[in-house]
Design a protein around this ligand. Structure first.
Ligand SMILES: Cc1cc2nc3c(=O)[nH]c(=O)nc-3n(C[C@H](O)[C@H](O)[C@H](O)COP(=O)(O)OP(=O)(O)OC[C@H]3O[C@@H](n4cnc5c(N)ncnc54)[C@H](O)[C@@H]3O)c2cc1C
Length: 403
């Protein structure tokens, strides 16, 4: 019998398992994958995410695994370019771009070192229930027949099993604040492009991201409007290179560099929250809240949510608060803390042309390093948009600003 079973062992699940194990709880960390392994995701991490790794004493370890800090980003909106980096968040001054093969393995390793029991290659098929509460999971080892099912029991089961969460489906978690998918994306990796640095290029109908990552590779990501993506898929490579033409010199630089991996693409990018707490269960990370990746906030939000949920579950397990109340508080706080980023992601993913008002603002800001720093703080989700952008609406509860 475990205190907690966590299904899914990446940014949300491995962090949560680590934090709970560090608080002395008996945790099973389950994933159908084994580690190290990749997943469909690029990996830009703002200071908000790096601050959690720093607090958990994992940031130095990440750097030691070949993930260099990114100290300068170019934000290029066409007629204006801003260069800088956002303000430090709780001791984390820089941004990072760790390959998921490196980051997720490091988190899993930290969970195991902290005392969590890792069960890799195990697919959770269904939940066990007793008197209306979730009390465990049933599943099978990958490569074995589903008939060779085994069960594990715990006081709480957490679904940190991603957008298509089996746990969310099994508990019937309700979606809210849903918004249709806005973009479709392709990305890949090139060697020999380290001189490009890190940049974010917004053009009407396109978003192009360039990030240096582990092994001296550069990850390049292009987003198109969701409704164009079916057409884009017909010749992804050609359309990808055509998009790079929107950034002077980028297409030629990329054409002369070796591409090291296949193109990865998806338009399965809905924007939604799900009810994330109920009797004996909770949802963490993408399972409970998913948004367009254009702003690169998913991993940082997964860390923030894992920290909130670990605190709530700990309080419930040791009797500081009734468990169901603690889990409900977790959902409320997660929604508050992710609301700015959700709205910013929606507005970025619309890939709208730059308004004359914003262009004027960026032109004035470009000569003011302090304002540029704050703009990066907004993009990274550490400063509310209403504090920086003129005319941005900031509701009284600071939850959903919209420009
Ligand atoms: C194209 C793309 C680009 C992105 N770029 C960025 C970026 O630059 N920066 C950023 O911060 N975020 C980015 N994101 C978002 C980021 O990938 C997610 O927010 C993040 O991975 C969420 O982590 P998670 O732990 O919740 O879920 P996941 O990373 O999805 O992990 C879920 C885990 O659950 C396991 N699992 C699922 N079902 C079962 C089951 N039934 N039994 C056992 N195990 C199971 C899976 O094997 C998986 O390992 C991007 C996403 C996409 C799609």
């Amino acid at each position: 019998m475990f205190d907690v079973i966590v299904v899914g062992a990446r940014c949300a699940g491995a962090s949560l398992a680590m934090l709970l194990a560090r608080s002395g709880h008996r945790v099973a960390l389950i994933d159908r994958a084994s580690f190290p392994s990749d997943t469909m995701s690029t990996h830009f991490m703002w200071q908000r995410g790096a601050a959690r790794l720093h607090k958990w004493e994992l940031l130095d370890r990440l750097e030691a695994r070949g993930c260099a800090p990114i100290r300068k980003i170019t934000f290029d909106v066409g007629p204006v370019q801003l260069s800088g980096v956002g303000p430090a968040v709780a001791g984390a001054a820089n941004t990072y771009c760790p390959r998921r093969t490196v980051l997720d393995a490091l988190l899993v390793e930290a969970a195991v070192e902290s005392g969590a029991d890792l069960i890799e290659g195990f697919v959770v098929d269904e939940l066990l229930w007793s008197e209306g509460r979730v009390v465990g999971v049933k599943g099978h080892h990958r490569g074995h027949a589903e008939s060779s099912n085994s069960s594990l029991r715990a006081r709480i089961v957490v679904g940190a099993d991603g957008l298509h969460s089996a746990v969310a489906t099994a508990v019937g978690a309700r979606a809210y604040r849903g918004h249709r998918a806005l973009t479709g994306v392709y990305y890949s990796y090139w060697s020999g492009l380290t001189g490009l640095g890190a940049s974010f290029h917004a053009r009407p109908g396109r978003l192009i991201l360039v990030w240096p990552t582990n092994d001296e590779l550069t990850c390049i990501y292009v987003a198109w409007p969701h409704e164009e993506f079916r057409q884009v898929r017909k010749d992804a490579e050609h359309n990808f290179h055509a998009a790079l033409d929107l950034v002077p010199g980028l297409r030629d630089a990329v054409a002369s560099a070796p591409r090291e991996q296949r193109f990865v693409g998806t338009d399965d990018l809905p924007n939604l929250y799900r009810t994330s707490a109920g009797p004996g269960w909770a949802l963490a990370g993408d399972a409970g809240h998913h948004k367009d990746p254009s702003t690169g906030m998913g991993m940082s939000d997964a860390f923030v949510g894992a920290e909130l949920l670990a605190e709530a579950i700990h309080d419930g397990l040791v009797g500081l608060r009734p468990m169901d109340d603690a889990l409900a508080d977790y959902q409320h706080h997660r929604d508050v803390l992710t609301a700015n980023g959700f709205e910013l992601s929606l507005s970025t993913a619309r890939l709208a042309p730059l308004s004359t008002r914003l262009e004027a603002f960026y032109r004035i800001a470009a000569d003011q390093p302090k304002v540029v720093c704050q703009i990066f703080g907004v993009l990274g989700g550490s400063i509310p948009i209403g504090d920086v952008y003129p005319g941005a609406q900031q509701p009284a509860d600071n939850r959903s600003p919209a420009y």
